[in-house]
Design a protein around this ligand. Structure first.
Ligand SMILES: [Zn+2]
Length: 115
């Protein structure tokens, strides 16, 4: 696979983990570094900030996400646990957000009708 990105090194990964609160394998691993306005973590790589979760996905799978989005199963934008990440398109991202919002509404409805 070709990529225009400079390859990460061991020291990039070590630097990355100094900014992540690594927890259990199924827990969220919170990004402790800088975040953007939308709460996505920023990791400084090759002189530029890239999404911390994108970097986590990249070095844990060996696949550079390119134009695709790295999405969170856990809905926690600051999470960098590779087990919580999956690759999708921007469309998937929106559909995923809609599905989660619907699920939240259904849960709310159930909670209200039960009372
Ligand atoms: Zn998570």
């Amino acid at each position: 696979m070709t990529t225009n990105m400079k390859m990460y090194t061991e020291s990039d990964i070590r630097r990355f983990y100094t900014k992540v609160a690594v927890a259990g394998p199924s827990d969220c691993w919170e990004w402790l570094g800088r975040c953007d306005a939308a709460w996505y973590g920023h990791f400084q790589f090759n002189g530029k900030p890239i999404g911390a979760h994108r970097f986590a996905w990249w070095f844990s799978t060996g696949i550079w996400p390119g134009d695709l989005s790295v999405l969170h199963r856990c809905d926690n934008k600051a999470c960098c646990n590779p087990a919580h990440l999956f690759l999708g398109t921007q469309k998937d991202n929106i559909q995923d957000a809609v599905r989660k919002a619907l699920r939240r509404c259904e849960g709310l409805e159930r909670a209200m009708t039960c009372n």
